[in-house]
Write a new protein. Sequence first.
Length: 326
Amino acid sequence: MKKILILFVAMGLFAVVGAGCFARRLETRRVAPPVAVVDEAADFDVEHSSSTVVATLLVENGDEVTIHRAGQEFAGENNMQIAYGDGITVRTGEATLSYPDTGITTLAQGTKVTITVPSTDDGEGEEAFFIRLDVTVGNIWTRLERLLGPTEAFQASGNSVVATVRGTAFSFGVDGEDVDVTVAENEVAVADEGDPSSAFRMKPGEAFRAKLADMRAARDVTSDAKRKRFVRAMTAIERERPAFKAMQQKVREDLMNRPDRPVFLPIKPRINKEMLERLTPEQRLKFLRRLRASMERARLMQQQIVPNPLLPLPLQLIRPIATTTR
C-alpha cells in the first residue's frame, strides 16, 4: 500500500514539474521578442550587446553632453553605453569615450560626432574593435594602447576626409570646410574618402590642414607631392598644447575598464541607412551578419530570465541568470 502511495505522489510531482516546464516553454515563446528582419533600405533597431555597444561615455560634474539616438535626445551620464548610430554633442566641458582594453577618445567642448562603421573590412568577430567617428564640428583626440588586428579598424572623418589608424595617438578637427590632423605617435593615413588611392601617411610631430577641395585639386600628384603640399612639422607652441601632451601620455588602465554599473538608454540603438551606404556589398553583408548574430544572442538571453509562475520559487531561483551584455 505504501509503495502504491509513493508511486502516486511521485507521478503527481512529475506531472506538476512537467507542466511547469511546458508552460515555461510556451511563455518564453510568447514573451520573447522576435528577431527583426533587417531591411537594408531603411533604418533599423538592434539589441544592446557587445557587438553594438562600442564605447562607454565618461563625464564629470559640470560637463553637459547630449546623446542623440533614434530621433530622441538624452542627457549624457557617466558610464552610459554608446552604440553604433548614436550622436554625441558636447555643450559644456568635455567628454571621453572609453574603448575597453583598447584606448580612449576625448571630445572637446563644442564638438559633435556620430558613431558609425569604418569603410574598411570587418572580420565579424564579436570582440573586434571596429568604429568610426564622423566629426561634424569640433575637435577630438584619440590614443589607442594596442595595435589593431588586420580585421579591426578605427577611423575619424569629417568633410569627406578620412584618417585611418591601426594603433596610434592623433587629433582630428573640423572647422568649417577645413580639416586638421596632428600625430603624436605612430602613423596616420589621410585620404579623400571618394578616392582611397589619394591616401598619404603622416608621422609623429606632423600636422595637416586642408579643405577637401584642395585635396581633390591635387588628385593627380604623387603621394610624396601631397605630403609636401599638405603636411608640415608642428610648431613648438602646438607641441605645448594640453591636448597634444595628453596624447603622448599612456592611458590609465582604469579609464579603459568595463564599468561595474553600465547605464543603458531606454531605447534600442538604431543603425542608419547612411551608415551602410559607404560600405561595399561584401562589407555590408559582414556587418549585417554581425548585427543579426548579436540580436539572436540577446533574444536567447532574454529567454533565460522569463519568470514562470507555475514553478516553485526554489526552482525558479536555480535557473541560469543572464548577465548584462556590454
